[in-house]
Design a protein around this ligand. Structure first.
Ligand code: BGC
Length: 834
């Protein structure tokens, strides 16, 4: 299609058409104006892959490691390549716009969406965000950096007011966006749900107009988060171009009224529409037809890229006695709650249906040459495990269930069936489900499957629903979640708590599983907040009732029989998800007991932890080897096995500090909404900035990560190329061990005598160097001198680079920076912009 002549089109559009362009038409698409050739463009989540247009039974996609995992690679060119792959995935899904990356900050280890964001450090988050954005945009697809700004917790995320100093706002929370804006120019921004210092971000004129557009020169489109436009006039006047999703809930008619009331001037409407038209022109080259069919690029290259990124994200936290890597030809026990399930992603809108997902057990089994055995050891679920993996369709041919859609309730004499779909999961969200025969908000779905247990045991089942649901097993009603429903945190906060029921099932007998679900309109629950999950959703889980002691005993017995033991423990998409924060830093269930018992039974024990954010490790001193494995995407299990057996020497570094306990975290006192406000009381002292300042011991510090080889850093040279505002640090890096590996040279800056309190040092640059055994090379790290020296001067309302002496500290983690050099700033200057 030819690009639109924006001025001409604007002149031809009537007011109603212009207003229609200011909101989406459905969950993922913008509105078209056919008469003038304005197409509808498609947006799609999100930060670790591109889901396409369906939460429900989506077309499968490539799933990348979660944000913290991507940042743990400390490898910008790898992540930029990853961004390009995301762009290609978007094109396959017919999407013009990716809703990512997420560059919010991990104030606390408990953030429900901490896994989606990159780092507690704004520089690392900024350059990783820029890498993803430029990779995506290299393919012509638009990136939407989000959530602008201060969506750093889930508790009351739409209501809460982030109360923070201008200095913290600038130095910590806006900085990742500012760096991405400087280096990669995202085509779109998504506003955060929350307020910042009293005003909702979608209405925040000061930040959207004065900072983003005027100071930073952003000329792209700003959209709201989903159901995060709360006003018509204020949001339009503040600079929010697009309300998402559609159809409009607060714009539309109300906007026409507001124009009539002169609350909005028509030229302001034109400014907003112009941004959408310009975005359409920017993505026009993609030649993606309107409402394009979705496809896949499930190629060998995609798998190889995801596996490499996955393995590169692993952080070797501890390796006493060189327990790792394991010997391939020796026997291995793979134990733990996450061993036989693929915890490939966190939960919420970042989640997607992967092409496939390799479990750690499968990955290890594929590479182990000795015996590879499994024991559960301890269950780790928050909600009972998805039944999709355990049941078969009625004809017994496939695993999963058959979903039958009806426009009449189960009580009707004759029911009109309007769709039949095979689903691999019993966790179904119908918010974006479309069916021309379903015209009412009231509809029903029967999920049918067969369950044949291996053992005669008592089973526990659970049902969460946004809507109503009954679960029948073998003709018996086991869970009734239709009346007296209790509001919970499922389905983005619109669903119920999990209701349980149990039943004794006999081995070898086949039971009918029937879930009778009614859409969200059939429920009397009226969730507060603005998130509307039209259609609703249901999640059914089930598992045999286990006794923790019994399972641990079995695991310990197995651990004693084998040469090497790997425990795969951690969290999952149910623990770390959108809509709620974690309550504690603990591993779930009896995981801690299991790890301690297994490590005591076999000295060759390694623990791989899957989580997006830190967990506490009370067993730390008794476990010789620990790896942080994050959520690894499609290739989760293969990447785990590559590191476990030493095919890849781990080279990741922590992008966030792991405190000993949650109480040590600087946001501990203030990490929730209290009467609608969240005080950012730790100010600029987020993460290591705080732990260093108050000399608080952490479990593992920011930037930490070991390797199967060793490195030597020496000979720091710093050149102050003042003419172009750059500082260049050069360091010799040598691989002094016997394996190929990579070292991350980290460059921190500290001001000598600042006029106000500042963190002891702050990351300002880094470089990752790959070396063969014995090889030496030079790491070159370029710093932008004004960014490296400045803090936000609240009185001057500008950045200030003070005349002073500064120290450059170089090393391989925030607690090991043995190389030092100095440089000076001769004259104090203030600056604004990028
Ligand atoms: C999330 C966004 C996401 C959007 C669309 C919201 O709930 O906060 O990050 O892009 O949904 O799924």
């Amino acid at each position: 299609m030819a690009p639109l002549d924006v001025d001409k089109v604007l002149a031809e559009l009537d007011l109603n058409e212009k207003i229609s362009l200011l909101s989406g038409i459905d969950f993922w698409h913008t509105a078209p104006v056919k008469r003038l050739g304005i197409p509808s463009i498609r947006t799609s989540d999100g930060p670790n892959g591109v889901r396409g247009t369906q939460f429900f039974n989506g077309v499968p996609a490539a799933c990348f490691p979660c944000g913290t995992g991507l940042a743990a690679t400390w490898d910008q060119s790898l992540i930029k390549d990853g961004g390009r792959l995301m762009g290609r995935e978007a094109i396959a899904k017919g999407a013009h716009v990716i809703l990512g990356p997420t560059v919010n900050m991990q104030r606390s280890p408990l953030g429900g969406r901490g896994f989606e964001s990159f780092s507690e450090d704004p520089y690392l988050a900024g350059v990783m965000g820029a890498a993803v954005v430029s990779g995506i945009q290299d393919t012509g697809v638009a990136a939407t950096i989000k959530h602008f700004v201060c969506n750093d917790q889930e508790h009351e995320r739409q209501a809460m007011d982030a109360v923070l100093s201008q200095r913290a706002l600038r130095e910590i929370y806006l900085m990742p966006f500012q760096i991405a804006q400087r280096d990669a120019k995202p085509m779109a921004y998504m506003t955060a749900y929350n307020r910042v210092n009293g005003t909702h971000m979608s209405d925040h004129k000061r930040i959207l107009r004065e900072i983003l557009r005027d100071e930073w020169g952003f000329d792209g489109l700003v959209m709201s988060d989903w159901f995060g436009t709360y006003t018509s006039a204020d949001s339009i006047n503040a600079g929010l171009d697009l309300e998402m999703p559609g159809p409009p809930r607060v714009r539309g008619n109300q906007t026409a009224i507001d124009v009539g009331l002169r609350k909005i001037q028509e030229r302001t409407i034109d400014e907003r529409v112009r941004k959408l038209l310009e975005l359409i022109n920017k993505v026009d080259k993609l030649n993606i037809p309107e409402n394009a069919a979705e496809s896949t690029v499930d190629s060998k290259e995609t798998s190889e890229a995801l596996r490499y990124i996955g393995a590169s994200s692993h952080v070797l936290l501890k390796n006493e006695g060189q327990v790792l890597p394991f010997k391939r030809d020796k026997s291995v026990a793979v134990i733990g709650p996450n061993a036989q399930i693929a915890c490939y992603a966190g939960g919420g809108s970042a989640n997607l249906r992967p092409y496939y997902a390799v479990t750690p057990f499968e990955g290890i089994k594929a590479q182990g040459e000795g015996d590879v055995k499994y024991a559960l050891g301890a269950a780790g679920h928050r909600r009972l495990p998805d039944l999709g993996r355990t049941v078969k369709t009625a004809d017994g041919t496939k695993s999963g269930l058959t979903a039958k859609f009806f426009i009449d309730p189960p009580s009707a004499k004759e029911r009109k069936q309007v769709d039949t779909v095979h689903v691999e999961t019993s966790d179904i969200l119908l918010a974006d489900y479309k069916n021309p025969e379903i015209t009412s908000p009231y509809f029903w779905v029967d999920l049918e499957g067969k369950l044949t247990p291996d053992e005669s045991r008592e089973w526990l089942f659970g049902v969460c629903v946004s809507g109503t649901a009954n679960l029948w097993i073998g003709g018996k009603l086991v869970v009734d979640n239709t009346e007296n429903q209790k509001q919970g945190d499922s389905f983005f906060g619109s669903g119920t708590i999990e209701e349980f029921g149990s039943i004794y099932l006999e081995a070898g007998k086949t039971y009918d599983v029937l879930v009778q679900f009614g859409s969200s309109a059939t429920s009397n629950l009226r969730p507060t907040g603005t998130t509307v999950m039209a259609g609703g959703g249901v999640r059914v889980g089930g598992a045999v009732k286990t006794e923790a002691r019994e399972e641990i005993d079995k695991a310990v017995k197995l651990a004693k029989e084998v040469d090497q033991v790997v425990v795969i423990a951690g969290l999952s998409a149910d623990w770390e998800s959108e809509g709620y924060d974690r309550k504690t830093m603990e591993l779930p269930g009896a995981s801690n007991k299991l790890i301690a018992a297994v490590a005591a039974a076999n000295p060759n024990t390694a623990v791989f932890l899957q989580s997006g954010t830190p967990v506490s490790m009370p067993w730390i001193s008794s476990v010789p080897a620990i790896v942080q494995a994050w959520y690894g995407g499609n290739e989760t299990g293969n990447a785990v096995a590559d590191v476990l057996f030493g095919k890849v020497s781990p080279s990741g570094k922590l992008p966030l500090s792991f405190p000993v306990k949650n109480e040590d975290n600087p946001a501990f006192l203030n990490y929730r909404s209290e009467r609608g406000r969240t005080l950012y009381g730790e100010d600029v002292y987020v993460g290591y900035r705080y732990y260093e300042k108050v000399q608080r011991e952490v479990l593992f510090p920011f930037g930490w990560g070991l390797s199967y080889t060793t490195f030597d850093l020496s000979n720091l040279r710093v050149e102050d190329e003042s003419t172009d505002g750059k500082l260049v640090a050069r360091v010799d890096v040598k691989n002094t061990g016997s394996k190929r590996g990579a070292q991350v040279v980290q460059v921190y800056v500290s001001q000598g005598a600042p006029s106000i309190g500042r963190p002891k040092k702050e990351l300002k640059g880094f470089s990752k160097v790959w070396l063969e055994p014995g090889e030496q090379s030079e790491a070159r790290v370029e710093l932008d001198k004004k960014y490296a020296t400045s803090f936000w001067d609240e009185e001057a309302e500008a950045w200030i680079s003070e005349a002073d002496e500064y120290e450059i500290l170089v090393g391989d983690s925030s607690v090991s920076t043995p190389l030092r050099a100095r440089f000076g700033v001769a004259k104090t200057t203030w600056w604004k912009g990028l």
